[in-house]
Design a protein around this ligand. Structure first.
Ligand SMILES: *Cc1c(COP(=O)(O)O)cnc(C)c1O
Length: 427
């Protein structure tokens, strides 16, 4: 075979696994070309925002203490705002993760007596405690903020009639989660989110529409902020950090609401003026610059996995033909052994901790044992190649990320190799 097979062989990839991989990739040429086209557009969008705001070397300087007059931080926020086409943005290392960014936005806008509505069913697990769906210290519920939810219809469309009934006098904020997270529904396109926001605003124009944009950034040429979202929120250790941001979150939106978020994040009276950058700005700028291509690589990996596993008889969600709106791929592997083998393959392909052998363990908060594979530069980063699977039927693994397409490819080939080695798949 080719020179390229030689290097894969040194990783323990057999000839049949490699050959199947190459054949699969050949069949994906048109899809990959479309992914590259979107990445190219988004690259130009980021570049234009950086040029417009005259990003210069002086903006990379570290600040400490209060961080007053931090022009690097302020300029980065203008770059984000321009990319998302919003009036303002808050992009900070003091926002510790996606959940924190979302909790900040919710508690910034909502006041006692207000009601929060999710018209797209149950929100992401960690938000249950933020809202108070599961009791937790300091939840919105403790502050007298009520919550309502309208589930999707069985065919996963929005329940417009239900939403109409649920929006009332007290409804102040509507939260829309773009990605499916750990649910089985599809991930919404930006167009779908736009329709939902228009509907909500037609019923109550002053309601604040917030989108949990985690995993969705740079998947399309538009973002929820382009279709009417008042606040668009996400994590920097996912897509927009480009794998380089070691921490952080962002909130883009209307000036008025972003300002409220800044007061909530720091303190009333302080707002956006404080918050030292601690030397992280080079990673934030460069990560954002790389993000469109990093997301494209991760997306190719997800598509490759679906296309490789589906013909072998495993269900892929989304399937290999569907349009994709986030970087998460679920594969139903149908046995505990297969989940373990898959995750071990992903781990064995990692640049960090490749020698570690993952085992299922009883993770707090989960009913069944869970196995996780991650060999990441940034702890918990899910824009880096990672996989996890609860050990329960239908024995699905969820995997995502890959800082480069080539690494994602190796990870997926390694996973299949482990399934072959365990006698679960024969080629
Ligand atoms: C990851 C994620 C979150 C939470 O982000 P963390 O950084 O893990 O706190 C919220 N919503 C969705 C849809 C996510 O994918």
């Amino acid at each position: 075979m080719t020179e390229s097979y030689e290097i894969y062989r040194s990783f323990g990839i057999s000839e049949p696994v490699f050959a199947l991989g190459e054949k699969t990739i050949e069949s994906l040429a048109a899809r990959f070309a479309r992914i590259d086209e979107i990445a190219e557009f988004n690259q130009m969008k980021v570049l234009a925002a950086m040029q417009k705001n005259r990003v210069g070397a002086a903006h990379f300087a570290a600040t400490t203490g209060y961080g007053y007059n931090d022009s690097g931080r302020d300029t980065l926020e203008k770059v984000y705002a321009d990319c998302f086409h919003t009036e303002a943005a808050l992009v900070r290392p003091q926002i510790t993760c996606g959940t924190h960014a979302l909790a900040t936005a919710l508690s910034a806008v909502l006041r006692p007596g207000d009601e929060l509505l999710s018209p797209v069913g149950k929100p992401y697990d960690t938000l249950e405690e933020v809202i108070g769906i599961r009791d937790s210290i300091g939840s919105l519920k403790e502050f007298g903020i009520t919550y309502r939810q309208v589930d999707l219809l069985p065919d996963e469309r929005f329940d417009y009639e239900g939403i109409r009934k649920a929006i009332g006098e007290k409804t102040k904020l509507v939260t829309i989660q773009r990605s499916k997270g750990y649910q089985t529904r599809h991930t919404f396109s930006v167009a779908e989110i736009g329709e939902l926001i228009s509907f909500v605003k037609s019923l109550k124009p002053d309601v604040v529409c917030m989108v949990d944009n985690c995993y969705g950034e740079f998947m399309e040429t538009v973002e929820p902020s382009d279709v009417g979202a008042d606040l668009t929120v996400g994590s920097l250790i996912k897509n927009p950090g480009g794998g380089l941001a070691p921490i952080g979150g962002y909130i883009c939106g209307k000036e008025k609401y972003v300002e409220m978020c800044a007061y909530r994040l720091s303190a009333p009276g302080l707002g956006q003026e404080v918050g030292a950058n601690l030397g992280l700005l080079p990673a934030f700028y460069q990560g954002f610059f790389l993000a469109p291509t990093v997301v494209a690589g991760a997306l190719k990996g997800a598509l490759f996995a679906a296309s490789l596993y589906e013909p072998l008889g495993f269900r892929a969600v989304p399937n290999s033909k569907e349009e994709r709106h986030d970087i998460i791929q679920a594969l139903e592997l149908r046995s505990p052994e297969a989940v373990v083998a898959f995750c071990r393959g992903i781990q064995a392909a990692a640049p960090v901790d490749s020698y570690v052998v993952p085992e299922p363990w009883p993770m707090p908060g989960y009913e069944s044992d869970v196995i996780m594979a991650a060999g990441a530069f940034v702890q918990g980063s899910s824009i880096e190649l990672s996989a996890d699977g609860p050990i329960r039927p239908p024995y699905a693994v969820y995997f995502q990320g890959g800082l480069t397409w080539y690494h994602a490819k190796l990870g997926i080939l390694m996973s299949l190799q482990k399934l072959c080695d365990a006698g679960i798949v024969s080629l």
